[in-house]
Design a protein around this ligand. Structure first.
Ligand code: UN1
Length: 510
């Protein structure tokens, strides 16, 4: 196997590693000859790596390799496929610290969170390795004698994964592990802000003995390779985690060619806090849900709906705590919140601060970029809280994907649920209450794919379905069995051992 990286000189005395594409089991440079830089959002002077800016030819080579590999991979018994996944997971476990540090350098989130991200990939690996010995299908009695009826799961073929920067290893693992345990082969296009984590992930699979062509990486920009990935007639499925706008483009392209398509898109996740809640717990949860990952989770707590009796106290205590959060470079273990992923995201966050002010929401803290001293070379901003937000305001309706949270007053549980549901998204939701009746009503009535009771909107575990309703997606689920459902096609099999023609629905034996 050719080496996976080169070293390039990037100016006076310094050098950066050049990472290659992974196609047909080889680390190869892009045929375009173009490259792009992956920079540290906490200090943009640091180049984390240089990656291939791929084009159509690279995509076609990767899809071709995946297609060829599929012929053999589909026939490898699933428990054997699972052994490779298990080995790759053990390798990730050994490399957890190194992968986490790389991830913080390229993505910015704090080290304890990147350790969690790598752990989420590890959890998914162990779970999906187990699936190699399950992938159950129904065996049912036939309506005719001497006839056997069952349904088996079959792989789809070449699957394309388009993955985001906010969970640079966990989300690729949600897609790649179930796809390959089920016998599919894959081409993954990582977000251009975080290709190194996908590189680290796939390197673990390659080191675990994954046959060539089963997983291929093509790095680059969606504008250049998105089209070729979706238009290639050999592709059988596409799985995207990203924005609702990109989801619409991918969904339309997939519909045209009738390929299976999983979309996991935006969120504007509500946390309801009722008057009877444990306020200490709710405030801890709100801080973690709103400002963890710098608010850059699809599941981030971005609307906190407070019953009027606790509104004042909760608001005052939350603001005090938000102001005390330590913002900085995520490699510093004492830092609570890292930078925005890039300049564009920071600009969006700051624009929403202006939008909120113009809508007459009450700025309670934050709202500014941090750019002096140790912040000078990064995309930092203050944790920001808006109070007295009306449910119709843009800051209460639109996904910001930054550390900006809106507080909305509500009269009672019914009003709170109405506010929570008054939104085009439906990924995650939460309620803090000590009243079991109210908790169960919320579990039933919140329009979301996930509901937490007495916990914030973030923190899904990998063995339950992950995904949302309304414009958050198109009905598929990742995690657990939902992922196996997405990456397999049912085939019903009838075995007639009667030695005569038996006509279903016509012959009706006593
Ligand atoms: C995402 O925000 O896109 O539930 C994924 C969570 C994480 C995954 C988030 N386990 O917050």
């Amino acid at each position: 196997m050719a080496t996976d990286t080169l070293t390039a000189s990037i100016g006076t005395g310094s050098s950066a590693r050049v990472y290659k594409n992974f196609i047909d089991g080889e680390w190869v440079e892009s045929r375009t000859g173009d490259m792009f830089e992956d920079r540290n959002p906490a200090d943009t002077r640091e180049i984390v790596g240089i990656f291939q800016k791929s084009g159509k030819e690279d995509v076609d080579a990767a899809v071709d390799a995946a297609k060829r590999a599929f012929k053999k991979w589909r026939l490898v018994p699933a428990p054997r496929r699972a052994e490779i996944i298990y080995r790759a997971t053990e390798i990730l476990m050994e490399r957890k610290e190194e992968c986490s540090r790389d991830m913080t350098r390229e993505m910015g989130k704090v080290i304890k969170e990147t350790r969690g991200d790598v752990q989420e990939a590890i959890d998914t690996g162990y779970y999906m390795a187990g699936e190699g010995r399950r992938m159950f299908g129904p065996t049912v009695p036939s309506e005719l004698p001497n006839k056997f009826a069952m349904a088996v799961r079959q792989p789809l073929g070449v699957c394309v994964m388009i993955t985001p920067w906010n969970f640079p290893m966990a989300i690729p693992s949600w897609k790649l592990f179930p796809a390959i345990v089920a016998g599919n082969t894959c081409v993954i296009k990582p977000a251009q802000d975080t290709p190194l984590s996908v590189f680290n992930f796939v390197r673990a699979l390659a080191d675990a003995g994954l046959p060539k062509g089963v997983v291929n990486i093509v790095t680059g920009f969606g504008s250049r390779i998105g089209g070729p990935l979706l238009d290639n007639p050999e592709v059988r499925a596409v799985s995207l985690t990203g924005s609702t706008d990109v989801g619409r483009i991918v969904g339309e392209a997939a519909a045209k060619s009738f390929i299976r398509c999983s979309l996991e898109l935006g969120g504007k996740n509500p946390m309801i806090v009722l008057d009877d809640a444990n306020l200490d717990l709710a405030i801890d949860g709100a801080l973690w849900g709103a400002f963890g990952t710098t608010g850059q989770r699809c599941t981030a707590t971005s609307r906190i709906i407070l019953q009027k009796g606790i509104y004042e106290e909760f608001t005052q205590r939350l603001v005090e705590r938000a102001k005390a959060l330590k913002v900085g470079n995520g490699l510093d273990e004492t830092v609570d919140m890292g930078p925005a992923i890039n300049e564009g995201q920071l600009k969006t966050d700051l624009e929403y601060v202006e939008i909120g002010k113009n809508e007459s929401a009450k700025m309670l803290c934050g709202g500014n970029r941090l750019d002096s001293g140790s912040y000078a070379h990064g995309w930092f901003m203050q944790p920001t809280v808006f109070g007295d937000v009306d449910r119709k305001m843009r800051i209460a309706q639109e996904e910001i994907f930054g550390p900006v949270v809106s507080l909305l007053p509500a009269d009672d549980l019914d009003d709170a649920i109405e506010i929570a549901n008054n939104i085009k998204y439906g990924l995650s939701s939460a309620i803090y209450t000590r009243d079991v009746n109210k908790a169960f009503a919320a579990m039933r009535d919140l329009e979301a794919g996930i509901t937490y009771i007495n916990a914030p909107t973030i923190g899904a575990e990998v063995h339950l379905p992950f995904g949302g309703v309304k414009q958050t997606g198109n009905g598929h689920r990742e995690g657990g069995l939902g992922a196996i459902d997405f990456y397999t096609e049912w085939k019903s099999v009838y075995v007639d051992y009667s030695d005569k023609l038996q006509k279903a629905q016509i012959d009706r034996p006593e």
